[in-house]
Design a protein around this ligand. Structure first.
Ligand SMILES: [Zn+2]
Length: 293
């Protein structure tokens, strides 16, 4: 208690320091020195909370230097329903594109992890919470087919808290079937799919490709599930939801995931999996995909 008070006093004194040197940790609630957090790959040095990171950082931390070659970059979302909530979908898209420099929430391509050639995809939670619309679904499908064709391992890092993107209605929901079908063909042929779940991995992404890994790894204390804890609590009003519900640790205990891996060790673990369980697939052309929408 005395120490807590001391910390509060200490930070009050730092008020005059220029903004941006300290950030508040969502895990322990403490103010932590930003540079120290960045040195630890955007992980809190006090409680090991893994901050969400941009696609640029993810590529930098996970893949071999300069090995990433982006594919299907030109795919752009449209507004097929003319959807309008508080703001129109077109407006929200434009805002997210401007803020992130991305065209949509997924970035896919080829790369290497400790010398192993892989096909790689990730969703960036900064872009409309990483939700899956037609472009995310199409990119995930295409990169899965590229891994199938090349006989390469596939690594997908999920940072999707938004699930299926409601602004695209049924077209968005179809992506769950489309990505799962491509994944099914790839795995049946002997592919190796390593799914990495990060905070958050929820909804339609989690209910499709993200939960289909031959190996499912997760960063510590990530929110993982279908609907969020508040939605669950409102549907089971008479029951109390267990503590830690829908965290990586809870999912590991209940068998949904295989391993919790710190960000700093993710490269080593993925590299070892590829080394010990290489894909049995031979390079070949996949079956034609479902009609792209
Ligand atoms: Zn912390």
């Amino acid at each position: 208690m005395a120490w807590d008070n001391f910390k509060k006093i200490t930070f009050r004194k730092k008020k005059g320091i220029s903004d941006g040197l300290w950030i508040k940790c969502n895990g322990c609630g403490n103010m932590v020195y930003k540079k120290r957090v960045e040195e630890k790959l955007h992980v809190c040095p006090e409680c090991n909370y893994h901050f969400p990171i941009s696609y640029e950082n993810r590529i930098q931390f996970l893949l071999d230097e300069n090995s990433f070659e982006e594919r299907f970059r030109n795919l752009e979302p449209t507004d097929p329903l003319g959807f309008k909530g508080l703001k129109s979908y077109s407006e929200r898209l434009a805002k997210a594109q401007k803020a992130t420099g991305l065209r949509d929430a997924a970035v896919v391509g080829s790369g290497r992890i400790k010398g192993h050639d892989i096909m790689f995809a990730m969703t960036d939670s900064r872009f409309m919470m990483g939700s899956m619309g037609s472009v995310v679904g199409e990119k995930i499908t295409r990169i899965t087919e590229a891994a199938h064709e090349a006989g390469m391992p596939l690594v997908i890092v999920c940072g999707s808290g938004g699930g299926a993107r409601m602004d695209e209605g049924m077209i968005s929901l179809m992506q769950m079937a489309k990505t799962s079908a491509a994944m099914g063909r790839y795995k049946e042929a002997g592919g190796l799919f390593i799914s990495v779940l990060t905070n958050p991995s929820m909804g339609g992404a989690m209910a499709s490709f993200a939960s289909l890994g031959d190996f499912i790894l997760a960063e510590p204390k990530s929110l993982i599930g279908l609907a969020g804890p508040r939605v669950w609590q409102s549907t089971v009003q008479n029951q109390k939801i267990p503590e830690g519900f829908q965290t990586s640790e809870f999912m590991l205990e209940h068998g949904l995931i295989d391993m919790i891996v710190n960000r700093s060790e993710m490269r080593d673990v993925i590299s070892q999996i590829i080394q010990f369980c290489p894909p049995r697939i031979k390079a070949q052309a996949p079956e034609p995909a479902l009609a792209a929408v």
